[in-house]
Design a protein. Structure first.
Length: 445
């Protein structure tokens, strides 16, 4: 405890880091406040059924991603998911469209252009989703009397504008956190929404086990132990690293190369994509169930609604696991440019022992990356579908089960580790012990 307090003191001493943390917490607070602001023209007293219908299933996950804004008919009801969907589309289009591939090679200017394209696509998605959400409120149990101004254009147009603006503002908050704060802003917005549902989910599970004589405190203890084991497994997936040895050389006066120095290593992560495959896959998994709900008068719509509204069902989890594996490979291939790594090694005089520099090194690194990504992707998929296993075997409450692996826990763990690592870097740069390393304060005078 003393070391922890000492570490917090060291964090507060670094003015730049202190300011970043304050900015991050302030912007997250704004987002949480906005999630409670109901759309003008809707009676909040008549949203009880909407809250009940969004406690479980695919809508429960969507509500968690928005931090409860979906069930509150809030100005942030669409959350940050349209931006995630737009990012997926742009990433996938980047594989086939030469213009987007060219932007990837233009460095910072290309990245800014690609970000702008993602923003405009986000607005386009919101313009489609906002009316669908407003008209879908009735199907989710909101009575017509809750719409104080009716459902005419006098309500719909301003409400759509507000919902689109809410998502754009949430996107802006995320980008400001990334630029001015600490951690990945978009991921942090999703994480705080998920964390907001954790206490309520645990209380519901506790009441179910104790009040209904359904296992009592002993089973609660078993569940908590299992929960901590899953957290440790999630940390392993996110942080595990495989190292590739690299020997460096220098040119002699005669022009030949001579190996010098100790052998160095290229750290390649077991899961280089972090939690992004989970977020991408979950964004797509919303689609089948919502499509089925919209077309439930058809045979295909009924099949989709039955099989993909149940997030603990077999069909849902098979598709979810498959998408996670696909996105893990895809995101790793996009974010880890092995050919560029090989070129950089060649220019610096480095080479992998037994492999020729240049293209062959790039192919070797790509092969190694694929080999270590496969078990990482499988492990990630297993953790993602673990809540369904827990529900079937232990009869855990649906809300609490989502924190046994799955989207909720993996996002929480991944984002927390990424944020702690950034704080850790600031501490080590100022010659303090990091959050993830024990020891005494080693400040250099």
């Amino acid at each position: 405890m003393k070391k922890f307090i000492e570490t917090l003191t060291n964090i507060w001493k670094i003015e730049e880091l202190r300011n970043k943390i304050i900015v991050t917490l302030g912007l997250l607070l704004v987002y949480r406040f906005g999630a409670q602001v109901v759309l003008p023209g809707i009676d909040t007293d008549q949203l009880v059924q909407l809250n009940q219908n969004t406690e479980q299933g695919i809508l429960g996950i969507l509500n968690a991603f928005t931090g409860g804004a979906f069930a509150n008919a809030s100005i942030f009801a669409l959350g940050i998911m349209p931006y995630i969907s737009a990012s997926i589309v742009v990433q996938l289009m980047g594989i086939a469209i030469p213009y987007l591939q060219k932007l990837d090679k233009e460095g910072e200017s290309g990245r800014k252009t690609k970000t702008q394209i993602t923003r405009w696509l986000t607005i386009a998605i919101c313009i489609v989703q906002a009316p669908a959400y407003l008209y879908g409120l009735s199907a989710l149990g909101v009575p017509d009397s809750a719409f104080v101004l009716g459902k005419g254009l006098g309500f719909m147009i301003p409400a759509v504008v507000i919902l689109v603006t809410g998502t754009v503002f949430a996107m802006w908050l995320g980008e400001r956190i990334t630029d001015k704060g600490i951690g990945n802003g978009i991921s942090l917005l999703i994480m705080v929404g998920i964390i907001a549902t954790l206490p309520q989910s645990f209380v519901q599970e506790f009441i179910s086990r104790t009040a209904n004589n359904n296992g009592g405190l002993m089973l609660i203890l078993v569940e908590l132990i299992l929960w901590f084991v899953v957290i440790l497994a999630s940390i392993l997936v996110v942080m595990a690293v495989r190292q590739v040895p690299v020997q460096y050389a220098r040119r002699t006066a005669s022009g030949s190369e001579a190996a010098v120095g100790a052998r160095q290593y290229i750290p390649l992560k077991l899961n280089a994509s972090g939690v992004m495959p989970i977020i991408f896959a979950q964004a797509i998994m919303f689609a089948p169930g919502l499509i089925g709900r919209s077309f439930n008068d058809t045979e295909l719509g009924q099949w989709l609604e039955v099989n993909f509204q149940d997030i603990f069902g077999l069909a849902y989890n098979i598709l979810f696991a498959f998408l996670i594996i696909v996105f893990t490979f895809l995101y790793t291939a996009i974010t880890i440019p092995t050919s560029k790594m090989a070129d950089d090694l060649k220019r610096s005089g480095g080479f992998v022992p037994g492999v020729r520099p240049g293209a062959e090194t790039g192919d070797f690194l790509d092969k190694v990356m694929s080999l270590i990504t496969f078990p990482g992707a499988i492990f990630l998929a297993i953790l993602a579908v673990l809540p369904a296993v827990v529900v079937k075997l232990m009869d855990v409450q649906a809300g609490w089960a989502l924190f046994y692996g799955g989207t909720s826990l993996l996002i929480m763990v991944g984002v927390a580790i990424d944020t702690v690592q950034q704080v850790n870097a600031y501490l080590l740069n100022r010659h303090y012990d990091g959050l993830m390393k024990s020891g005494k304060n080693r400040k250099v005078a």
